[in-house]
Design a protein around this ligand. Sequence first.
Ligand code: UN1
Length: 492
Amino acid sequence: MKLTNFINGNWQDSEGADYTPVVNPANGEQLSEVRLSTEEDVNLAVEAAVKAQKKWALVPAPKRADYLYEIGRIMKEKKEHLAQVLTKEMGKVIEEGRGEVQEGIDMAFYMAGEGRRLFGETTPSELADKFAMSVRSPIGVVGLITPWNFPVAIATWKSFPAIVAGNAFIWKPATETPMMAYEMAKIFEEAGLPPGVANVVFGSGSQVGTAMIEHPDVKVISFTGSTETGSKVAELGGRHLKKVSLEMGGKNAVIVMEDADLPLAVEGILWSAFGTAGQRCTACSRVIVHKDVKEDLEKMLLEQMEKLTIGDGLDETVKIGPVINKNALEKIHSYIKIGQDEGATLLTGGEILSEGMLAKGSYYAPTLFTNVKPNMRIAQEEIFGPVVSLIEVGSLEEAIEVNNGVKFGLSSSIYSNDVNKVFRAQRDLDTGIVYINAGTTGAEIHLPFGGTKGTGNGHRDSGVAALDVYTEWKSIYIDYSGKLQRAQIDTE
Ligand code: UN1
């Protein structure tokens, strides 16, 4: 499959000379290759988007929404195909691939509904015979930079509110997962979206991403990815006075109190820690456990971890697929030595799997550390793989302090059957998402998604809050008194 940029409704190859292969992480097979675009391609896309957006903004929002209904319908029709491509390209097991495509479909229908809301406000004026209101207006051309771990869902969190709000966009998908973006571009075309409203440009962050951020006609940059890259995006964006929405890392914890339903907590931990091979920003990578149940929890976790099946995600019986590539394997593996050197006890895992077929892909054994102290690197840094650290605490207060004692603030969870404890916890856990008696993953698209502290910069994807990124408030005053009225000045 040859992948080309989608600019102004045309499939056009970049002039850039460099290619990068697209590899199936389950078996190392090359699926495709993607040409790395240049600044020139970004300029073409922005030019087209600027033109298209002017007309698009004049299309009534409920009519813009009709395109999203159509996009959602096509995604639904192609759901299995999209899930298969996603699993081949990214590695997550097929059940999760289907789930992710469903998340995109949900987003299409949810945001389409916003076309008939996009609520503004009417507000009393301080002056007589004067009407005041504020409306959401489109911003213009927006740039979307998306990661490989949720190649469809996260792109829909950003592009669908942008579309319904009357913007045009340039989307730069991760170089690891261009095929999903290509599939989505085909859907935009099939849905009849006017040329130039949706543009996809393949390439690297340093070339395409930078060009997008620096282009004077790109007004908003929405980025999801690593904290390291996000900081650079923020810095460059700041220099060019861009509105930048950042969604970055997490170091999410499940708290297990002494009165928790332990089997339920174990299920939640396994799903949140090892689903997507731990490669979610919301993945559980710390378990903060009350000392009275620590031993039991350890035993139960170990028992269940043994049953996890690892392999090619296309095999319906497999529970854990590969990690994205060999570099990721090395990075994850480096944390084993770091943890051991710091004095943590490795209970299971800690190895790159290379038996039989697994050698061809990039597979990591589900890993559990115990006797971890809150300030150890394995308890502070985002590993982005199937590695969990168990930390013992003596009280709810201590659990909350440990949970909050990291630089990230995306998701957290507490298992307890004590209503007072869970209410206190939901108030005091300083993350953007809190789960009670459920793991740290599984956010639904109609609620705001994002985090505090080092996870982001105050913006949210998903939910109605996403509209704040893609619209600008305009305040409108209509004076029908027929005379000069001066606000803030006493006239009588
Ligand atoms: C991510 O964590 O990278 O909340 C995105 C979830 C998914 C999205 C996760 N709906 O687990």
